[in-house]
Design a protein around this ligand. Sequence first.
Ligand code: MN
Ligand code: MN
Length: 498
Amino acid sequence: MVPTTPPPTLHVASGDLRAQEVDVLVAPAFKGEIEGPGTGAVLGALGLDGFPVSHAFRGDVGQTLRLAAPDLPARSVLLVGLGRMVDADAAALRDAAATAVRAVPDAPSLATTLAQIHPTAASVHAVAEGLLLGAHADQRWRTQGDERAPALTRATVLVPSSRSAGAREALARAAITAGATRTARELVTTPPADKTPAALAATLGELCADLDVEVWGPDELAASGCHATLAVGGGSEHGPRLLRLRYAPRGSTGRVALVGKGVTFDSGGLSLKDRTGMQAMKSDMAGAATVAAACAALGELGVRVTVDAWLPLVENLPGARSYRPGDVVSHPDGTTTEVVDTDAEGRLILADAVALAAATEPDAIVDVATLTGSAAHAVGAYAGALLCDDEGLLGALREAGRDSGERLWPLPLWPELDRFLRSDVADHRQVGDSPAGDPGSDAILAGLYLRRFVGEVPWLHCDLPAAWLGSGMGWGHLPEGATGFGVRTLLSWLGPDR
Ligand code: MN
Ligand code: MN
């Protein structure tokens, strides 16, 4: 088998882009015929006056143009477009760096002035993350290498010499945050037969070997009242687990709980999905992968808050022991839910885990989950939807999203929808029964449902449409398939500055 491409080594250097002895010089360009740092000099060395060098390349976001460089030590120059100069923030630099790496898959080495557009550590961090994420190619199930997999092994990030110390720190931090993101991608990419609940619990436990790790089997789940999780996992031969992770730094400054949905494969259960609906359902454990990958990086980043993670892991299959529409399941807080749709399994297992987390009275609970198609309808494929009625917590996660370049957008928790979660037989109804059907409300109703289990604890739910992108949907630092979306936002939120 072909291994996952190792991360390229990154270096900070100062000096002239033209003089770099690498395969490709990555030179930024803005829309409006404006050259980025070093770009004019490189074009001059190629005997070009500057922009536009071709009618096709106008410096738009996502555009690249490769030029041969016969008179330079480098083999070629890659112009990478950043769009309008005013829009070229750190997130744009991250995306441009990843786009550049994927545009030259044959190049083992490159140098770039992208981080010189803004002379800050944040821009060096963003460019480094873009290079590392763009170079990632998971080939564990191939016997022949994929020609689209980047060959990059070495990249030089050029910065002014006065900034090299800060830039080196930013590179070291990017290696951790991008590494955690790559880990989450690989967990999601893993075929579902290779990550049954018990197998995934073992894999995540190894990943987090530096943390306190506990794996609950069916007996512990029953003893703690997680009957919804047991019901959802009942149809599979591979029974449910709950993985507990605890990161407890000395001199801890607070305590937060993270919850991640870990449906290792979601067939829909008896409410069976169709062929296309089931295709990417190995990605339904992306919430758990995101939380575990982030937790594994907390120590290296020097995070100072205690983090408790609650990861329910189940496989949702039809079978003789499947749970049924009409069943009533109970949760650790003693309340009951009427099952309506066995394909809405995520909110049931999250309710159990959120109730367990709330009982420990942390400062905040953040749950991440690939929960509803409705969230993707609302915010699109490239984003996460936030549901939260605590302004402080919502603001902190939105700021972390801006810092990580992950697009997060809030949806409302309209109180008048809550009555559609009333059941005729139980305390809660699993999905809404609004008379109009109202499919657009499902992401909101899932949030309202989960809020019933958080008690007084500040809580935020993040629905993750962007955890998986379909064929042809790759863009910027997000590849098609597993993206690892959410890991860097969690790490930014929890970061040592918190
Ligand atoms: Mn489902
Ligand atoms: Mn699901």
